[in-house]
Design a protein around this ligand. Structure first.
Ligand code: AHN
Ligand code: ZN
Length: 343
């Protein structure tokens, strides 16, 4: 009798062990295929969440490569024109309703620039909407470099990365419908600001963010409103650090908290710093002036300023990291797909 019991106990223990071992193996397999060298708590911490489609960092990387391959996207050039056409085509291909705002804006030096803000609506019938944005133009000069300062930069990170992440999210939106509606705005003319060698400070107004400044004065669609917005700027460099940017904290502190908390939950707390960083006059500043609370996820370190490559020729594909793209893309998509729609 007691021998039988002991045998039974051993048998049950063995069976339980086998089941447990198989289960562990499955989980490890899962995290290996999704994270590579990473060890994030995927699949358990988020089980209570809705089904969030997978953000594919390889795909985002590829969308950056495509832009960079077209050349510097400097307003007024053939490369700029072709890239704009490429982006419109991609967004339409992902099922968005695309509207283009074409206009001319005066640069710091008086040059008239032909610009296009590209607006793509996903699930336009939904009333509660989130606005995602990035700038698609690149800087005409490398004024922080010590050579070829007057030649345009590649802008793999500054311009390319935000757009790359948003094109990947556009692909996911076609595949999987979230509860909220999503709009993607690609602003033009963000990076044509007065270069460092030009010391004429008599000019009035902000010389960066020409596209978002125009849009803030001429909304398209008319009376456009969103529940909140997220701007992505320089979100692809290796070892990027995102401080809590000052204007984001002024205009949309609860959105900053929501996004930073989601990043921490997903295991990306080392990218999204708890510290506050200074204010950046970026596209979100002008969107905020129109009453839409928008945050900026921007590589801007509380102590170290922008990334070391900023506005130099080092801003090319070599500094782009799939791990950073994944940290930002996965965080933003988890926020979106967990957002409740209007009742
Ligand atoms: C300023 O430099 C004040 N604003 C532009 C921020 C920026 C430049 N983002 C990307 N490039
Ligand atoms: Zn820039």
């Amino acid at each position: 009798m007691s021998l039988y019991c002991t045998f039974k106990t051993i048998l049950i223990t063995t069976l339980l062990f086998i089941v447990f071992a198989c289960d562990t193996e499955k989980k490890e397999e899962g995290s290996r295929t999704t994270g590579g060298e990473t060890n994030k708590p995927k699949g358990n911490a988020n089980k209570a969440e809705v089904d969030v489609p997978d953000f594919n960092a390889d795909s985002a990387y590829y969308f950056i490569e495509r832009q960079v391959a077209l050349g510097p996207r400097v307003p007024g050039t053939q490369e700029h024109m072709e890239t704009g056409n490429y982006l419109i085509e991609q967004l339409e291909g992902f099922g968005a309703r695309v509207q283009v705002q074409s206009f001319e804006a005066e640069a710091y030096d008086g040059t008239m620039l032909p610009l296009r803000n590209i607006f793509a609506a996903f699930y336009p019938e939904k009333t509660r909407r989130i606005l995602l944005a990035a700038h698609w133009d690149t800087r005409p000069f490398a004024d922080k470099d010590d050579e070829r300062e007057r030649e345009p930069i590649m802008g793999a990170n500054d311009g390319g990365s935000g757009v790359g992440v948003l094109l990947e999210i556009a692909r996911m939106l076609q595949e999987s419908e979230p509860s909220v509606g999503v709009d993607i705005m690609l602003f033009d003319g963000e990076d044509y600001g007065q270069p460092q060698w030009d010391t004429d400070y008599s000019r009035k107004g902000e010389t960066y963010c020409l596209g978002s400044q125009y849009w803030a004065e001429n909304k398209m669609p008319r009376n456009y409103a969103a529940y909140y917005g997220i701007l992505l700027d320089m979100v692809g460099a290796e070892n990027a650090r995102f401080g809590r940017e000052y204007y984001s904290m002024q205009y949309a502190p609860t959105i900053v908290d929501k996004v930073w908390e989601k990043a921490r939950e997903l295991g990306y707390g080392s990218f999204f710093l708890q510290e506050q960083a200074g204010g950046i006059t970026d596209d979100h500043y002008f969107v905020n002036q129109t009453g839409i609370p928008m945050i900026d996820i921007i590589e801007y370190h509380p102590q170290r300023d922008f990334g070391w490559y900023h506005h130099t020729h080092d801003d090319n594909m070599d500094i782009i990291s799939r791990r950073t793209l994944e940290a930002v893309g996965e965080t933003v998509s988890h926020v979106i797909w967990n957002e409740e729609g209007s009742k």
